[in-house]
Design a binder for this molecule. Structure first.
Ligand code: PEP
Ligand code: MG
Length: 885
């Protein structure tokens, strides 16, 4: 197999292009693609991801065949450029960059200006006629190489640079002359020699292989692993390595470098969005050390910035760039994220990839690209990540609320967030884990901060532009972010900070508005999200495309209303026990449980009946005309029992039963394994009066709502934790009997169904028989996962993380259905049930009903609907559509 692919010059691009990205990585594939359509790409070569995997497999040894292939790659670049690596008179310089199949912005390593040493730097000075540039390039190379390859703290170099500036009284690097850079370079070389007890590698081959090794190794770096875990990227893909001829954006005032998006990745608006810097190298833009300039004149004027836009300062190169933007967007039929360099007036493209975007931007782009005719409706629906919709469904800041604005930065990632200030990633994570909302505040973020950014509700940085690490990562995660807020200064030792003129301390609450860059003191009021516009359009397209229904898991009228506003078409699971916890009824529930005999239970149930009935009435009014699956009592009774002595005394007072006797009863009710104990339909079998009361409450409520409004919902009475046909037969007869009693008493008759949950392996296996008694099945995949895997859903978090890390489970099986295992039971039960009754209704009400991958599986096995918590309803609608397309 081919281990290296060439691009640029007269390379044969067809083979690299035809390979899928899993082999050459996203960056490599796109460089070859751009070169093949005639765009100016500096020549280079890509080492495949397969070589990375082989290297890691060999425990960090290079595969034998790689040496020749890399030598040929280098020869290709040398030939195309007409310079040689290591040539003292006229050296070729290259960049070495990672490029995985799935882009992981900022997660892995890059080395620029490779090929410089004490000799070639002189050649570069000679041929470029610019000694300042040559020495600056060399010192940058030493700094990057030392950080990435040799693992030397880059702070040491920053310090040396700082001292050099101070000693000379310089404000900025632009004041540094060639001699200063040369002196600094010597200083850097000393630092390296000190830190690693051997000199900086002068041999260019050693440099190249060191960089390749570092890129390979970066695949397994801690930060890359965390990024993959957070983004569900498999760990076994490996990264490709791209070695490419350098072009220089720092060769004077007719040179520049920049990062651009073909549309605004925050809002989705169609204009060229980006940042550039004159006389700079790529990392200067992203690192946020200098404040970048706007690309277009219109944007610059809008922002009131004085430094000229690229459109104004370099009209010819800008024009060329604009042409490339259009070409690339048409070619890839999607928004592109592009890196470019202008070297002495000439434009080069260093990267293009599909740009990360916020949910809001994704919707806008999909709708606009559809109307532009760039993509069709199906593509538009398929292009939105269902999980990303979550960002849009939550409240935003109330425009009328009072705002104590402390400062303003760049609106780097939209949305609003309030929380306690945390000054480092570990603190952010710690506080978030204990349940606090946290805003991570940093001078700038680096890939090491990724866990803290994920834990935080929002991110604020003092430095960095719209394309800085913080901005890119925050947008990808859907976290609000304000970047480059220069009014923020942090005292890391005192753990205090100044924002604008306010003195704050870590732990104080601030609010960010990522849509306009405002930073506010305290918590600011929020309002409900706007669900019209692009969101509504895409949802409409999704609804046209999907086959499955989408219902909600809800047990309060408020949740039902929210879910309906999000498009729920019924209730898939109403957990009636949740209603038992309310303060005004928990006493009666406890009385019922603690009663030793049936008459005591009945007395308590009589008190509960009107409460349950009014709960159901309120829900049924909201859900009129829609199916509502109401589950009868499920959890083990001890969940409702008092644990505090004071509660026990209250019950004793209310019931006249002594506290000691109550305690004895509580001890009696103790179970060793309550999840497999006296719960679910087993309660209904042993204490039928409980289910009788609940059935009565349901039917009385339906009849009342029908009388009052003329429209009843369709109640679907659901029996939990059934294992046998006989259980269902007994309880179905009970429900039917109570229904007839209520119909006779009220003189109103309504339609209803009785069905069961499939939550036990035996129920799945015996589904054919159980279907004789059921009009519907609802897969309770929470319990079905627990009982099939033999993993306690309440205790699994202790080891599941390790299981996922070790690849035992691809994902947490309580979040995303174990399709291979538990999925078989679902499929088999659906088949067997439908064989008995072809009209049997099939749905899912476990948490998996809101997980896109699990929803795709439900489509595949032909379920009729999925049911998800209210905020997941739009996610489920879109995922169901994507599954059907
Ligand atoms: C289930 O087990 O999947 C289910 C929906 O029921 P619960 O989560 O209430 O046990
Ligand atoms: Mg269950």
């Amino acid at each position: 197999t081919q281990t290296v692919y060439h691009f640029g010059g007269n390379a044969d691009h067809s083979d690299a292009r035809q390979k899928d990205k899993t082999i050459t990585g996203g960056k490599g594939a796109n460089l070859a693609e751009m070169a093949s359509i005639g765009l100016p790409v500096p020549p280079g070569f890509t080492i495949t991801t397969e070589e990375c995997l082989r290297y890691l497999d060999l425990g960090g040894d290079f595969p034998a065949e790689l040496h020749d292939a890399v030598a040929k790659g280098v020869a290709h670049v040398e030939q195309t450029v007409g310079k040689k690596l290591g040539d003292a008179a006229d050296p070729l310089l290259v960049s070495v960059r990672s490029g995985a199949a799935i882009s992981m912005p900022g997660m892995m390593d890059t080395v620029l200006n490779l090929g410089l040493n004490d000799e070639t730097v002189k050649g570069l000075a000679e041929t470029s006629g610019d000694a300042r540039f040559a020495w600056d390039s060399y010192r940058r190379f030493i700094q990057m190489y030392s950080d990435v390859v040799l693992g030397i703290d880059h702070g040491l170099f920053e310090e040396a640079l700082e001292i050099m500036r101070e000693d000379n009284g310089f404000y900025s690097d632009t004041e540094m002359e060639a001699s200063h850079w040369e002196e600094l370079t010597r200083e850097y070389l000393k630092i390296v020699a000190n830190e690693q007890d051997k000199p900086f590698p002068q041999d260019v081959d050693t440099q190249l292989w060191g960089a390749i090794r570092a890129v390979f190794d970066s695949w397994d770096s801690e930060r890359a692993k965390i990024y993959r875990r957070l983004n569900d990227i498999p760990h076994d893909l490996g990264t490709a390595v791209n070695v490419q001829a350098m072009v220089f954006g720092n060769m004077g005032d007719d040179s520049a470098t920049g990062v651009a998006f073909t549309r605004d990745p925050s809002t989705g608006e169609k204009y060229y969005y980006g940042e550039w810097l004159v006389n700079a190298q790529g990392e200067d833009v992203v690192a946020g050390i200098r404040t970048p300039q706007y690309l277009t004149k219109a944007r610059r004027e809008e922002a009131g910035a004085d430094k000229p836009s690229m459109e104004e300062a370099m009209p010819a190169a800008y024009e060329e760039l604009a042409r490339v933007f259009d070409l690339l967007e048409k070619h890839y039929k999607d928004m592109q994220d592009i890196e470019f360099t202008v070297q002495q007036g000439q434009l080069f493209l260093l990267q293009t990839r599909t740009g990360k975007r916020t949910a809001k931007a994704a919707l806008k782009m999909a709708v606009e690209m559809e109307s532009e005719g760039l993509i069709d409706r199906k593509t538009a629906v398929l292009r939105i990540d269902p999980m990303a919709l979550d960002q849009l469904l939550h409240p935003t800041l109330d425009p009328d609320a009072a705002r104590d604005i402390l400062t303003k930065g760049l609106p780097a990632s939209p949305g609003a967030a309030s929380g306690k200030i945390a000054l480092d990633a570990d603190t952010a994570e710690l506080w978030a884990n204990r349940g606090d909302a946290v805003i991570l505040v940093r001078v700038e973020t680096s890939p090491e901060d990724i866990h803290g950014m994920h834990a935080a509700k929002g991110i604020l940085t003092a430095r960095g532009g719209m394309t800085s690490h913080a901005a890119v990562v925050a947008r990808g995660m859907g976290r609000p972010c304000v970047s480059g807020a220069s009014g923020v200064s942090i005292d890391r030792k005192a753990r205090t900070l100044r924002i604008g003129s306010a003195e704050l301390a870590e732990g104080d609450v601030v609010t960010l508005d990522g849509g306009n860059g405002q930073v506010m003191r305290g918590q600011v009021d929020t309002i409900e999200p706007e669900l019209a516009g692009d969101f509504a359009k895409v949802m409409e397209w999704a609804d046209e495309a999907r086959r499955m229904g989408v219902r909600t898991n809800a047990e309060t009228p408020e949740d039902c209303k929210t879910a309906r506003s999000f498009g729920a078409e019924g209730i898939g699971l109403c957990r009636t026990e949740h209603m038992f916890f309310d303060a005004d009824r928990i006493m009666a529930v406890r009385e019922m449980i603690l009663a030793e005999r049936e008459d005591g239970r009945r007395a308590a149930l009589t008190k509960l009946l009107p409460e349950q009935r009014s709960d159901f009435e309120a829900i049924f009014e909201v859900m009129a005309g829609l199916p509502c699956t109401i589950r009868l009592l499920d959890p083990p009774l001890h969940e409702f029992l008092p644990s505090e002595d004071s509660d026990i005394d209250d019950i004793a007072a209310a019931t006249g039963v002594g506290a000691e006797q109550l305690k004895r009863r509580i001890a009696e009710l103790h179970e060793f394994n309550p999840m497999l104990g006296h719960r679910g339909c087993r309660l209904g079998i042993t204490y039928p009066e409980i289910y009788e009361m609940q059935a009565r409450a349901i039917f009385e409520a339906v009849c009342a709502v029908k009388e009052r409004t003329g429209e009843a919902p369709l109640p679907e009475v659901m029996i939990p934790l059934v294992a046998t046909r006989r259980e269902l037969e007994i309880l179905r007869a009970l429900v039917d009997r109570v229904a007839e009693e209520v119909f006779a008493e009220t003189g109103t008759r309504v339609e209803y169904l009785v069905g069961t949950m499939i939550e036990l392996p035996r129920a799945a296996l015996m589904a054919g028989e159980i279907a004789e008694e059921a009009r519907f099945f609802s897969f309770g995949t929470n319990d079905l996962t627990q009982t099939t895997l033999g993993v306690s859903r309440d205790d699994a978090s202790r080891f599941l993380g390790t299981y996922v890390d070790r690849g035992i489970f691809a994902r947490d099986p309580f979040v995303s259905l174990d399709v291979d295992g538990v999925g078989q039971l679902v499929e088999l039960a659906a088949e067997r049930g439908r064989k008995t009754d072809p009209k049997l209704k099939l749905g899912i009400c476990g948490e998996h009903g809101g997980d896109p991958a699990s929803i795709a599986f439900c489509e595949q096995v032909g379920l009729d609907y999925v049911s998800a918590s209210p905020f997941r309803v739009p996610i489920a609608r879109l995922a169901a559509a994507q599954a059907a397309l």
